[in-house]
Design a protein around this ligand. Sequence first.
Ligand code: HEC
Length: 131
Amino acid sequence: MRSVVALAVGLAMGGLLTVIGMNSLRKGTAYPNGVMAVMAAQMGHLEAQRKAGACSAEDLAAPLGTLAALGNDLEPAFLPTADNAAFSALSGDYRAAVDAATGAVLDCKQLEVKLDAISASCKACHQQFKG
Ligand code: HEC
């Protein structure tokens, strides 16, 4: 009888700890995944606007503003990494690419060049840090 009780308690504890563990794993990844998902969505919006010919400073202010704000969340979301200094440098490159597009785009051709530069900064970080 005692062993049956011990088994039941053990199973209950195991189940509980699994739930706690899964929750903390999910919390740990929701933030970085969320930052990346919104970045990807905003890049998609910008690409769609470029194709639609909506490239005035006013058209671009909201998506570029969101990309700029998300740039401030790179380190808080991802650190610590295997190489924090390199991660911060790549984050800085991303922020510089977004800054360079903000207020500097006059037409869709220029937007294409600026978007390519932002994409290149995404890829540079992914090459080193995305498993
Ligand atoms: C400074 C580093 C850094 C920058 C800049 C960066 N990312 Fe990421 N990104 C990562 C890391 C690290 C991962 C992997 C996260 C993981 O595996 O949990 C990732 C993952 C992603 C994913 C999910 C990957 C997948 O395979 O599903 C998407 C989408 C994404 N990034 C889009 C972007 C876009 C779009 C940009 C630029 C506008 C960008 N990222 C800029 C570091 C960065």
